[in-house]
Design a binder for this molecule. Structure first.
Ligand code: GCU
Length: 617
């Protein structure tokens, strides 16, 4: 199969990613795994906590995986060789349980702050239908995962927020299967993100795990988008794994009157156009989704896809050619239902409904790819989405493996979500200090993003600096802004710089003829703490901060949106202040349980007024 995959990669390079290196579709997950035939491995697993990684390294700190002799296998692979069964020092059958999907920090008190390795084991029955292939698909694992099936190494994945898979067709055995996964959430200097982040380092198998069954030849993945400049033609690009000349790819979109067959080339690649009767655009006021069906031999795929354009013209952002103002809010992947790492459709509905209630037409999913339910629910609710990878703060810019890690996470994110109409922005970085190395690193990411998907806006949450002669003149000038479609930056005047009343004297200098988007502003308040509007941590202080900030930002020419920091309070190891933070960042407009603070009403009123002003533009 690898041969086919490599060929697909070559033709990909030819057709869609001429400059970028080939995308190896053997490592990018098959698309639509949640909708395909298969079995879920969600539910109760067993776990062994392994802080010294005894299950992975021998006493000489050599990885068992690299030991030739089979009897030097790891103890932790749930395979008990008869001659050593009395010396084995683990027992999954007697081990504690843990639910998947879900972070380990909030499931076991002793793991709340734990950073290290946990071994997971799932015993399951699996009999793919006759002649079908089987793929094991993980929605994500934070941060590094090594997987073994029935004692055989499947592979590994680095990056805590994107899907990955392994083909297991030839490794399934009669009877019960034993899947063992080592997950390690240790922060690494060379990691993406790196050592320092302002969010909780939730470890574990944090999203859905499925075994997907597909025919011998199947549709690995596809993209469907409007032909640029057209309102009645779509472009289908698809990749067939193990193509055969006697099969064709059928595309059916009943409401568009499309029912056409297409021939893949010998590498299984297809790039074709299909004419529609007419196409109703997806928008935030009318989130039209089309039922799409694809078939290739015995493989059948369905999806719901919306079609729209998102462009810029001078300082305007245009949705389907009409100027819009992005009434956004930032969101971390934490559920108000469980106060844990969000992962389910119900979590997505809770988070996005709260944004909708605030009057938002957009959300910034910070600071890493969220689970795929978020973009799918946003498609249905008509909410635009900014997605980003965790290139956050002081990444190791000059480390080639760090760059490859970031590029891979970006590829996996775009590959997963590029059929989601709600996603309008790919963001490359957050508050990264300007340097030669950083600029080159981010430029590589932009090249990859534009090569994989030229239909969305590129951004990054940048920073401002003060005019040395005039501390009230704040300047947004960043070499990377020459490569983004919008100028986004975070600002905390009134919280980290001065007090709320200082906002009135600030003048912004943003020398770009591009739309301006404020990707963060805000301040902390503990829900229920009241006092004078100058008393930090009170709801009144946060209320005053919003009251003062919004008019200041309103003076910025070219202001076309914002995503204040943040919708809900969220956990952070950097926020310990007893009785106020207790390891929560309190800049939420809602408490972690969804209780509205006074400032929530300020933004709600502002968005109601902004919506009215922009509706008839
Ligand atoms: C930064 C950063 C956020 C952080 C916020 C804060 O702008 O982007 O991740 O949580 O400030 O200090 O609360």
């Amino acid at each position: 199969m690898l041969a086919t995959t490599l060929i697909i990669a070559q033709c990909l390079m030819a057709s869609t990613v001429s400059q970028a290196e080939p995308l190896l579709y053997s490592v990018l997950p098959i698309s639509n795994s949640l909708q395909r035939e298969g079995i879920s491995l969600n539910g109760e697993w067993k776990m062994l906590v392994d802080p010294y990684e005894n299950g992975y390294y021998n006493y000489r700190w050599e990885p068992f995986d690299q030991q030739e002799s089979p009897d030097r296998q790891s103890y932790f692979l749930d395979v008990k060789p008869a001659d050593r069964s009395d010396r084995i020092e683990y027992d999954f059958d007697k081990a504690e349980s843990i639910n998947v999907p879900g972070d380990w920090n909030t499931q076991h008190e002793k793991l709340y702050f734990y950073e290290g390795s946990v071994w997971y084991r799932k015993a399951f029955e699996c009999s793919p239908p006759e002649g079908m292939r089987a793929f094991l698909v993980f929605g994500s694992a934070n941060y590094e995962a090594h997987a073994y099936l029935n004692g055989k190494k499947l592979g590994s994945h680095v990056g805590g927020f994107t899907p990955f898979q392994f083909e297991i067709t030839d490794l399934l055995r009669e009877g019960t299967q034993s899947l063992v996964v080592k997950v390690d959430n240790k922060r690494l200097r060379e990691g993406v993100p790196t050592l320092n982040t302002d969010w909780w380092n939730y470890g574990g198998l944090t999203r859905d795990v499925r075994v997907v069954f597909v025919p011998q030849s199947f549709i690995h993945s596809f993209t469907l988008k409007l032909k640029p400049g057209s309102r009645d033609t779509v472009i289908l690009e698809a990749w067939i794994d193990n193509p055969s000349t006697d099969k064709q790819l059928k595309l059916v979109i009943p409401e568009m009157g499309i029912d056409q067959d297409f021939q893949a080339d010998e590498q299984g690649h297809i790039v074709v156009e299909a004419q529609a009767r007419r196409i109703y655009m997806w928008s935030t006021t009318s989130p039209k989704l089309y039922d799409v069906a694809l078939a290739y031999g015995d493989d059948h795929l369905t999806d719901q896809i919306g079609f729209r354009t998102i462009t810029t013209e001078g300082q305007d952002i245009l949705l389907n050619g009409r100027p819009v103002f992005l009434r956004g809010i930032s969101i971390h992947e934490e559920s108000p239902l469980t106060q844990a790492r969000a992962h389910s459709r119900e979590d997505a509905e809770a988070l996005l409904s709260a944004a909708k209630e605030l009057g938002c037409n957009m959300v910034r999913l910070a600071h890493y790819p969220h689970n795929e339910h978020m973009a799918r629910v946003a498609d249905e609710m008509g909410i635009m989405v900014w997605e980003e990878i965790p290139v956050y703060w002081t990444i190791q810019w000059d480390n080639p493996s760090t760059l490859e890690n970031a590029r891979n996470q970006l590829r996996e994110l775009i590959h997963r979500d590029r059929n989601r109409a709600s996603v309008i922005i790919w963001s490359m970085a957050n508050e990264t200090p300007v340097s030669e190395g950083r600029n080159a690193f981010l430029l590589k990411l932009v090249e990859d993003a534009r090569a994989m998907d030229s239909t969305r806006l590129i951004s990054a949450a940048m920073e401002y600096h003060r005019d040395p002669e005039n501390p009230q003149k704040l300047i947004v000038e960043d070499p990377f802004a020459d490569h983004t479609d919008i100028v986004s930056f975070n600002q905390y005047v009134g919280w980290y710089y001065g007090m709320p009343q200082d906002c009135a004297n600030i003048e912004w200098h943003i020398p770009y003829d591009k739309p301006v988007f404020i990707s963060e502003f805000g301040g902390g308040a503990k829900f229920g703490m009241h006092g004078d509007h100058l008393d930090r941590w009170t709801e009144e202080f946060q209320h005053e901060l919003y009251q003062q900030t919004l008019p200041m930002l309103g003076k910025i020419e070219g202001l076309r949106g914002m995503s204040p920091w943040i919708l809900f309070d969220f956990r952070s190891p950097r926020r310990p202040l007893p009785e106020v933070q207790d390891f929560y960042n309190r800049k939420g407009l809602l408490s972690e349980k969804g209780e509205k603070k006074l400032a929530w009403y300020v933004l709600k009123d502002y968005y109601t007024d902004t919506d009215r002003k922009w509706r008839n533009r």
